[in-house]
Design a protein around this ligand. Sequence first.
Ligand SMILES: [Mn+2]
Length: 354
Amino acid sequence: MQSFRGVRTRKEKKTVMTKFEELLKEIHREHVYIQTHNFPDPDAIASAYGLQRLLETKGIRSTICYKGRIDRYSTGKLLEQMEIELHNIEDLASVLSDEDEVILVDAQKGNSNIIDITGDEIICIDHHPMNELYEYRFTDIRPEFGACATIIAQYFFENDIPMDEKIATTLTYGIRIDTNNLSRGVAKADLEMLYRMFDLCDYQTIHVLENSILCFEDLVAYSSAISSIEVYENISFADTGANCPEALIASVSDFMLALVEVSFSVVYSRRCDGIKLSVRSERADLDAGVIIGTALEGIGNGGGHAAMAGGFVPFTGSDGEAVVLLDEIKERFINVIYPDKIKLTEYFKNKSNT
Ligand SMILES: [Mn+2]
């Protein structure tokens, strides 16, 4: 009986393709584009870079592209240390054609955090909640994973593709950042990949990267958020000031969540074309992605993970109108979380009276 089972396992191993082998079948060109979400974070960059190196072993060349800016100091430093080449989509406008094959990593088509580029989105590798609006040739979407880099790391090990120090360090850094050092949305698979990459990594580089996450001028956003914070029950709202880079809004939102009084943080920044929001939740019953999606319904869009999410409300009105809109946005969050509570304006009026 036992030997029979053994034989069958070997046989199955031969016929079952790995995810990466399935993915390769769907690539028809010698060169592909790997697109991250806008304003890529370390996990998006690590996933794109890991995939680029994987494809390279199969003779497929790739160009990593993104929209927005590389705006966090640590992200820029990661690119520099690992010599990762990233291209702004605006610089590729004249090169991209409809026939180009595009692979999305750490993002899904149709979500608010990714721009639709010229080309055919054939493959999607992601760990955000499933958005079923679009059909790809191949998908590997695992919302239960803390980082997209975990999926890419698995591709290396499952296919016995050797990983050098650069790849291991970059993927490890991506997993550590997206899981907030294993404290947020983490799955066993994330831990397993960190464990398997442990000896391959340069931990000194990771230490440097993790301790260089702010520049001096970022403190302005923190200062503005601290002086503007409003706390309604356990929800905080804070303004980083205008035109704050996306990654910095997210860092400030992490920072606010560290307050004992806060278990749901909303941080926002006004842009010329609208209001960008970043949400963090530490409570399992307050799903950040679902709450922001519901709160912004009809005026903008939002979504993401249970612990971290983001959104955008298009708006080009005056400063006075922006104040009104922001009050409405806050009100909407409170209505979703506490449908029976009093209005926000009343709440703060009562508070200042006491
Ligand atoms: Mn991610």
